[in-house]
Write a protein of this length. Structure first.
Length: 118
């Protein structure tokens, strides 16, 4: 059974930083694009960032310059470093793994809560 496990969420003041981690099994992690999504209360889940195994990261405009996605292939882990956090970054953050056979993100973690106090 494929598993992705996020960690690193918490409560932080506006302007602060957090680093999220997502660990998964190698059979999922190695060949795929890894992504981060978030869902704020009352809103739809939105794309935040993605990191292909050998390519360049992609970010939603609202986090460019503040968030950095990276991956450690040896540890089968992807990270999301978040800086200059804003109240509107408050959400549950989800890690996801792309499945080429399905043409989309097919594997999801359970989510980790990020709360930014203003």
């Amino acid at each position: 059974q494929a598993q992705l496990v996020e960690s690193g969420g918490g409560l932080v003041q506006a302007g602060g930083s957090l680093r999220l981690s997502c660990s998964t099994s190698g059979s999922i992690f190695s060949p795929n694009v890894m992504g981060w999504y978030r869902q704020a209360p009352g809103k739809q889940r939105e794309f935040v960032a993605s990191m292909p195994r050998g390519g360049n990261p992609v970010y939603v405009d609202s986090v460019k310059g503040r968030f950095t996605v990276s991956r450690d292939n040896a540890k089968n882990t992807v990270y999301l470093q978040m800086r200059s956090l804003k109240f509107e970054d408050t959400a549950v953050y989800y890690c996801a793994a792309w499945d080429p056979s399905e043409g989309g993100y097919a594997f999801w973690g359970q989510g980790t809560q990020v709360t930014v106090s203003s």
